[in-house]
Design a protein around this ligand. Sequence first.
Ligand code: FPP
Length: 257
Amino acid sequence: MAKTHVIVQNKMKLQEINTNCLPQHLAIIMDGNGRWAKQKGLLRAVGHENGTRSVKVTVESCAKLGIKNLTLYAFSTENWNRPKIEVDTLMKLLVSSLKKEIKTLQDNNIKLNAIGNLTNLPNSVQRELHEVIDKTAENTRMTLTLALSYGAREELLQAVKKITHKVKNNIISEEAIDESIINQHLYTHNLPDVDLVIRTSGEHRISNFLLWQIAYAEFYFTDILWPDFSEDHLYEAIISYQKRERRFGKTSEQIIP
Ligand code: FPP
């Protein structure tokens, strides 16, 4: 497809988006790097490398649109079970992307955040991550959260343990435990609930991602493999989201006066 045609198509899609009605929190399960590489007879590592291009495009496009919170599932607790060579490649890619993209984050006024069992990450990743988090801490346009060594069950488990500890030590009473107390003990305590989850690569599952936070989220599944995910695909997902009727348990009549 000619480049000018793609740009025109992008612009048309962009015009269809109501920027007053964007998801406040968009979460993406970036899937299909391995299959993308296999289809092209390339190494899985090349798939991940090309996945980082889609990360950059998506982050910049979300900031440009006005999305306030973007969370990317970059590495799950289960991903530690992949071959060591692939885990090492992903960790190296993370370090190099963080080093390279700090400028993009600063130029776009984006704050970096990370959730997950971060102490399990190699020191090099932890160091780079904390450096970029510190340097971008005052940025206000969008919060980009990377889910790294993240598992929702583990997140819930550590929240239960922290709350139990506080109850035992009379810091909070058992009666005071409510949804907001649970929220405050999740890795995502500073983020709103997820409004839209996008998963690429044709898989229709949630894979231990933000189980508490997606209680009322809309889902958008696409067959596009993550390295092929473009600005245009992001717009399509947002347009689909904006056509949904979010009832939060109410009837249509109650929400449309
Ligand atoms: C899923 O594809 C993707 C991952 C497990 C890792 C996502 C990582 C990146 C996009 C690159 C680095 C990230 C950042 C934030 C710079 P898969 O390997 O499961 O693909 P498959 O299902 O086709 O095998």
